[in-house]
Design a protein around this ligand. Structure first.
Ligand code: FAD
Length: 455
């Protein structure tokens, strides 16, 4: 396993470890968990080696542009659980109010070594480089939230799922292992790091943050590792055997519902696969179908945001897709809507409105409807660039799993990325078309409308 951790490590500066530091620091951000957390494992190993206490800090800011009550509630439920679990392990877990960079620097100054978990998005990557540039102790980053580390899979943007699949499959098995944290030699729970920003009640926590409270909280999913494991067990024992057949049907509940937990790093994809393979053979068609989503598409999304600087912009889609959309920019749209119309589920299409209502109500739209949803935004907006921005805005604002590489990848797919040109149509040109009739022919879609009719 040690060898495998090495493959996940990247030095972000060239300073050596400072043996005179007071502790070894892990600044948790992307991987909000203990289980299958290789950054934590590495920090414990270093703390044991150096005989210094291990300290974990978590920065909470209310200044992040997407901060809202819906997803903060989910995140804080996980943090409250984590605090308890770290205490049980005898590890200091300090929650601090403030931004990531200043927190990592403030605590990093006194540490022997700073360990960070990787986040693949541009803003969060910039934060990490700022931390590494401002500290004069070693800063390392651990590629912690993928099965196969991004840079090991490929050193360039991969344009198709099958290409990245061919690179991931031959090495994937090397990264799927049982995970066990080593015993800590120096207990740190009593280590004094000054005043803390922590409330064991989630509502009090939320009230102490100046975030957007107009986006309502939802009770559909509760954050944290324990809930993620419950959903995983339910998936393995009650859904996986029919996953391939039913996952695309929005009237059925055969998806795992793990995306919010994966987004906040409450659970590792390695743990998910490891547990599935204890119960099912690798070759099983449902397992293959699930791996295709959880590993191939999810890690294609990490590759995309890592190597394409325009991943969250219209400019990031392939040239052929931009060309065809530009050629059809002047076409008359059958329906035209504003951001407000979309946001309030006020289009002529009851299926589209139901998908938007599912999102507003539950914080998680079904995968099949996400495709239909973004493709129709493209059809019913006067400009494809504006359509791209509206899709990102609504996805990031309301999806519990939003603000994630998967979201930018999914939206880009609806605009032609990772796909091929199809027969030319008005407005969308050669971009793959999805029809309302398709929904009616494939599913008992009225059932879906019924479920979300009351908002
Ligand atoms: P399951 O079917 O149980 O899949 C398991 C896991 O595999 C998911 O949790 C996810 O991590 C991964 N996965 C599944 N489908 C995809 C996919 N198409 N691309 C990449 N990874 C995938 N996913 C997000 O996590 N966040 C988003 O903001 C997001 N926005 C999307 C927007 C659009 C327009 C589209 C078309 C897709 C989007 N997706 C997004 C991908 C996908 O819809 C969700 O990951 C999936 O619906 C999550 O539900 P689940 O965990 O129950 O899925």
């Amino acid at each position: 396993m040690e060898n495998m951790i090495d493959k996940r490590l990247k030095k972000l500066n060239s300073y050596p470890i400072s043996p005179e530091g007071k502790y070894v620091l892990y600044c948790m951000e992307a991987s909000q968990r203990i289980s299958y957390n290789y950054a934590l494992l590495f920090t414990i190993e270093k703390s044991n080696e150096l005989r210094k206490p291990l300290v974990v800090i978590f920065n909470i800011t209310d200044q992040y542009k997407h901060s809202n009550a819906r997803y903060y509630k989910f995140m804080l439920e996980g943090i409250i659980e984590l605090k308890r679990d770290f205490e049980t392990l005898g590890i200091k877990f300090q929650v601090r109010k403030g931004d990531y960079v200043s927190g990592c620097i403030e605590f990093g100054k006194d540490s022997c070594l700073v360990v960070l978990d990787r986040n693949y998005l541009a803003t969060q990557r910039k934060w990490r480089y700022e931390v590494a540039n401002k500290l004069d102790t070693l800063v390392v980053e651990v590629d912690n939230d993928v099965v196969v580390p991004v840079e090991l899979v490929s050193n360039k943007e991969e344009p198709y799922a099958y290409l990245i699949r061919n690179k991931i499959y031959p090495i994937m098995e090397n990264f799927i292992h049982e995970f066990k944290l080593p015993d800590q030699k120096v207990k740190s729970s009593q280590f004094d790091l000054g005043e803390e920003f922590f409330f064991s009640d989630v509502n009090i926590f939320l009230n102490n943050l100046n975030i957007d409270k107009t986006v309502s909280t939802v009770n559909t999913f509760r954050g944290g590792y324990n809930e993620a494991v419950k959903l995983l067990d339910e998936f393995i024992f009650n859904k996986l055997s029919m996953y391939k057949e039913y996952r695309s049907d929005p009237t059925k509940n055969y998806q795992s519902n793990l995306s919010p937990y994966l987004h906040f790093g409450n659970i590792s994809p390695v743990e998910i696969i490891h547990k599935i393979l204890k119960n099912y053979p690798f070759e099983d068609e449902n397992v293959q179908s699930f791996i295709n989503e959880l590993v191939v598409w999810r890690e294609l999304a990490r590759n995309f945001v890592y190597y394409n600087i325009n991943y969250n912009k219209y400019e990031g889609i392939p040239e052929w897709a931009k060309k065809t959309l530009e050629e059809h920019k002047g076409d008359k749209r059958e329906f035209l809507y504003t951001l407000q119309d979309f946001e309030n589920a006020k289009t002529h299409d009851i299926y589209w409105n139901s998908a938007q209502k599912e999102l507003l109500k539950t914080g998680k739209m079904h995968n099949y409807m996400r495709m239909y949803w973004a493709k129709k935004i493209l059809e019913w907006t006067k400009d494809p660039k504006e359509a791209f921005d509206i899709s990102c805005y609504l996805n990031d604002k309301y999806e519990l799993d939003g603000r994630d590489p998967n979201g930018y990848t999914g939206i880009s797919w609806c605009f032609g990325s990772f796909d091929r040109p199809f027969g030319e149509r008005k407005v969308i040109g050669k971009i793959r078309y999805m029809s309302t009739k398709g929904l009616e022919n494939k599913f008992d879609i009225k059932k879906y409308v019924e479920k979300y009719k009351n908002l």
